[in-house]
Design a protein around this ligand. Sequence first.
Ligand code: ADP
Ligand code: MG
Length: 317
Amino acid sequence: MLCVGCGEQAYTRQGFLLDTVVRITLYDQDDETMDACFALIAECEAALSRTDPESELAQLNARLIDTVSDETAELIADALAIAALTDGAFDPTVGRLCDLWNFSAVSPTLPDAGEIADALVSVGYDGVHLDGSRVWFDNSQTMLDLGAIAKGEIADRVCVLLRERGVERAIINLGGNVVVLGGTEEDPYRVGVQDPASPTGNSLLSLAVTDATVVTSGIYNRGFTVDGQYYHHILDPHTGYPVENTLASVTIIGPSSRQADALSTACMVLGETDAMALIEATEGVDAILITRLGEVLFSAGVKEKYDVQFLREEGSD
Ligand code: ADP
Ligand code: MG
């Protein structure tokens, strides 16, 4: 994702964490703050990763523990609330389904329909309960996967750390999950929104933002093709299969990266009409929907609040 802050000299550090490229830009060379940001991300990953068997989340899924840290409990509670709000379009209990699809494998394979049907029984946000930081499940097979909300949450936590240290301008980019800190109307950041049809990940448009998050979920991020059919990593929790609708990507702009991350995934599952209705009903957030045919749909506030620039001629690449 293109992300440019104007004006001053910028210092960027990049690393591979959270199974993606993490890039942080500060406007003062401050190695200690940079170190602290990367250490925080590594610490969050150590708690929230589902693949690391030592993580809090993996241990909860294995029923080795039933009490998690306050931060993790709060994140799970919010994930369940967004699941309820979206009628399970976003559902953090897709863990077993994600294991079956295993999109991060070197050569993923199509899961067996029977196995998907079995795994579907373990999916359902209303079967997870919290009392403080204790978590329990109705179904012993239910596994949590916070992959659709964790990057947003972690970006928010990095933002808090930066503010606590008095940093006034920064860009946090966790694999396209962007938060910009600071900026002014005269000197905003320009954040690019990827063209889902571009094989090289070119931006289709950019928008000017200050103190905001811009988060995209798209069918092009991870996937594989079998017999001419493309399977991508955003699953419909009601069917167990990758969601099939007119949408190629959803970008959410708002104040909270955690919320934007979850909403971007939810909107992908809800489809054009319901996604737009959800965004218009949610205070403070806007959305840019790009369809598989390349049509761009804006929620009512986008053009009002953000300067949008298309970056290429229609039809060119
Ligand atoms: P990305 O990880 O590419 O930024 P998302 O934020 O949309 O994209 O998250 C997708 C990830 O979330 C998947 O890899 C999987 O771990 C999980 N997931 C897939 N479908 C759903 C869903 N309907 N609800 C909640 N989590 C999901
Ligand atoms: Mg998401």
